[in-house]
Design a protein around this ligand. Structure first.
Ligand code: HEM
Length: 525
């Protein structure tokens, strides 16, 4: 800054000393001086970050150590490709810890996972990453542990095992509804974009759980609903937004007509949720209790009315609740798409799964008993393996090293450093999961199964563990049990390249998994 200030003073001095009519020479020399000053500033900054920074001993790409442009190149130009480079960089620099940003290290040592992501952790979410996601104050982006605990304590009961299990009958109806659609498509020999079916069901179910109401996307389950189009467009600017957070403010300032064009249906969904918020708020101000299970907004509005310490902004809450729907919609459907792909590609997996489901027919076909379904061992192993291999959260999930610092082998990482340990490190670890790129449900069964459980980390661990985990499990059990018990399916225009994924904070597949229903197993029996 001192250099820039010196340049500014120099220009002012020159301006004062240049006689009229000779300004062009003076301005030229000033621009030159300013450019040199900037260059010197950049070089000095780069040298200090490379050689005099507390992380300068940690190996890594020099450009990543001096600026955000290395990240920009992979994440913006190559759409979310940075996290997929980390395994290569660990190999290249032959180190379990590498410097992937100016103040950011990545650790490829699974033994440290439970130190960073565990209950009572002192490693808090890094604001320099999460605040850039936009929607400051949303549950995902809150970085202050106290504020997060206060928010989560209010709504935890809604996402508990008990409450999600009570959703069993609604879940069953939803799957049965889409199964009728799939049966019809099968008779017409029409393909089904099953990943979209899963998306529709997941969005409806989050809404049912949070508000006791459905978005009714599963009425036309494989349509490209406006909500999905908007989410896909938002997702496409994830990395530009992370680099230029001003984009969030620009979008927020767009007039309604423009938002409606760019993000179809978005305002309609906000309006709908805003209406539901209004109902809760009215109920609370009239001192009335809901005759049904309290909704997400009921819990928050009521908690807020009892204390002055809690302040939730209405618009932020509405946007945040849309985020829950999106978070649930895309991650669950992504994992289910993986499961579907592998079951339909691997004959032995399909045979074992169907044999188990055939035996379980009494509690799948007539009345779906999800408690019993959730105890089926092979189905459970298939779900865990799909969660593992799909790596739904492939990025860093960056945390701040607590003040006392962190030991990584012989390397000391000082407090305040951003540290990431990508889920890829654990979920694709050769030590924990031999042949990690193979879909092998059996690894979760037998004598080694229980010890592997601690590495079932797809939903993360600790206070920031996924709040929708129980619901996601319910959806995955119900969908796979019912659809694979009933239908003989074949992949349609889908191969390994379709499920190739990339990192947009949550992973996304390059294409959508599609199937054809080639037989109704229940009709034949
Ligand atoms: C297979 C399905 C899912 C996977 C693999 C998954 C994974 C994750 C992971 C890894 C995190 C931690 C993110 C971080 O540390 O920054 C997370 C957080 C979160 N997830 Fe999920 N998720 C899934 C389904 C759902 C569902 C169905 C919902 C809807 C209710 C949901 C809502 C959220 C929310 C709101 C957070 C932030 C929680 C907090 O910070 O307290 N997720 N999820």
């Amino acid at each position: 800054m001192r250099i820039v200030k010196a340049a500014y003073d120099h220009i002012s001095e020159l301006k004062r000393s240049i006689p009229d009519g000779h300004g062009h020479f003076g301005i030229g020399s000033s621009i030159l001086f300013l450019s040199c000053a900037c260059l010197v500033y950049i070089v000095v900054k780069a040298i200090s970050r490379l050689y005099f920074h507390p992380l300068s001993e940690i190996p890594g790409p020099p450009l990543a150590a001096v600026s955000r442009w290395y990240d920009f190149y992979y994440n913006v130009i190559h759409d979310g490709a940075y996290s997929s480079q980390w395994p290569r960089l660990h190999k290249k620099y032959n180190s379990p810890v590498i410097r992937i940003g100016v103040n950011h290290v990545h650790v490829a040592d699974e033994s440290l996972y439970h130190e960073i992501y565990c209950s009572g952790t002192q490693y808090n979410k890094d604001p320099s990453f999460y605040k850039r996601l936009g929607l400051d104050g949303a549950i995902l982006t809150i970085t202050d542990p106290e504020q997060h605990r206060a928010y989560r304590n209010i709504i935890n009961s809604l996402f508990s095992t008990r409450t999600t299990n009570e959703m069993g009958p609604i879940m069953a109806q939803e799957v049965q509804k889409v199964a009728e659609y799939m049966a019809k498509k099968g008779k017409e020999n029409e393909p089904i974009i099953i990943q979209r079916v899963y998306r529709s069901v997941s969005a409806d179910m989050v809404c049912e759980l949070m508000f006791g109401k459905s978005l009714n996307l599963a009425e036309t389950p494989d349509a490209y609903h406006d909500l999905m189009q908007s989410v896909d467009r938002f997702s496409a600017i994830t990395w530009p937004k992370m680099h230029f957070p001003v984009i969030n403010s620009v979008i927020a300032a767009f007039p309604g007509v423009l938002i409606d064009t760019i993000l179809p249906g978005w305002l309609g969904y906000r309006k709908k949720l805003g209406g539901w918020y209004g109902e809760s708020s009215d109920r609370c101000s009239m001192g009335k209790e809901s005759d049904k299970r309290p909704t997400f907004y009921d819990l928050i509005v009521n908690a807020q009315s009892k204390t002055d310490d809690l302040k939730f902004d209405r618009d932020l809450l509405v946007d945040d609740s849309l985020n829950y729907i999106i978070a649930g919609m895309d991650t669950t459907s992504y994992t289910l798409a993986y499961a579907t792909y592998y079951i339909l590609t691997l004959n032995d997996v399909k045979a074992k799964l169907c044999a188990e489901l055939d035996e379980a027919a009494p509690f799948i076909r007539t009345s779906m008993d999800l408690r019993k379904i959730q105890q089926l061992p092979y189905l459970t192993a298939v779900i865990k393996e799909a969660l593992r291999l799909s790596v739904a959260a492939p990025g860093g999930l960056p945390r701040l090293v607590p003040t006392q610092g962190m030991e990584i082998g012989d390397t000391f990482v000082p407090g305040g450093t951003t540290v990431s340990l990508s889920h890829q490190v654990v979920q694709m670890s050769e030590n924990i999961f031999p042949n990690p790129d193979k879909f092998i449900p059996e690894r979760w069964l037998g004598k080694d199964g229980p010890t592997l459980e601690k590495w079932n980390i797809a939903f993360s661990k600790g206070p920031r563990q996924c709040i929708g985990m129980n619901l996601a499990y319910l959806e995955m059990y119900a969908s796979i049990a019912y659809l694979f018990s009933r239908f003989e399916m074949a992949l349609f225009e889908t191969d390994e390249s379709s499920i190739e994924s990339f990192d947009r904070f949550a992973a996304r597949t390059k294409d959508q998994v599609k199937v054809k229903v080639v037989g109704d197993r229940w009709e034949e029996n």
